[in-house]
Write a protein that binds this ligand. Sequence first.
Ligand code: SF4
Length: 324
Amino acid sequence: MDLVPLCGNPISMLLWIEPERRGVMLKGLHFLLTYACTLECDHCFVYGSPTAPGTFSVSQIREALDEAVRMGGIEWIYFEGGEPFLYYALLLEGLRLAGVMGFKTGVVTNAYFATTEEDAELWLYPLAESGLADCAISDDAFHFGTEQETPAKRALRAARRLGLSSDTICIEQPTVGVASRGADERGAPIIQGGAMFRGRAVEKLAAGLPRRPWHELTDCPYEDLAAPGRVHLDAYGNVHLCQGLCMGNMWQTPLSELAENYDPQAHPICGPLLRGGPARLAEEHALPHADAYVDACHFCYALRLSLLDRFPQCLAPRQVYGLR
Ligand code: SF4
């Protein structure tokens, strides 16, 4: 919590007020370089697919990176998607520009290009040359079924041979386990596997899972909406705090201004979420809802869907809600 003194003398220094929280100091920008992907995974929270539109141009990347410099404080630039290797020349240029500007860089990929280890090396070598600091590779059954020798494993071995810092991201089919922590939680069903119930995951994975009463879902479990450390950017200009939940549009208002003026409590979606999670979001906007949801994200996403037309600037693009 930031505190400010009421005035400078030693006695009144004992009195403090909490200032209005406004503006945010970001450390990372994640480019959703494209929403297009080679795959159409059930757990994808941005509805990536081979037909998904929405890819950056090189001048848009340049503009966003210039804003990153203007803002100060940004350390990391990531390129992800969708599948960023689908726009390989653009990816390389984005990495080069970010490197020249002094940012650390990372990519997230499904490694579809790794037909052999030698080929994987061919694709990854220019990234290593650009100074890439982190290579995250999706390797799970959603991406590759039950194959043992996956493109991701080939890419990981190639990346390590090239000296790239790399790791895998593994999300599993949701299963029901039993909580073992805390007296209240012990024995309660929990969802395991790491899938987030937003986007296509809601449509494809939520059916049949145990649900919690809506009034228990009183906080946002995964995003720091009051002081986000990173945001995702898409080619339409949306600056995402969580997938489809936006701070604003950087093609309408420069990113540095959006960050400087971000007022989480005044945001029509983040404000209620901060005050009491999805339950409060439903109450403040008087939204109809079901009695129970898989988790807070499932509830939040369902509510946001019903608010799309009321807050098109804050809830965008429609395609990450499965709409066109
Ligand atoms: S509760 Fe909503 S804003 Fe928070 S992480 Fe889940 S979907 Fe995102």
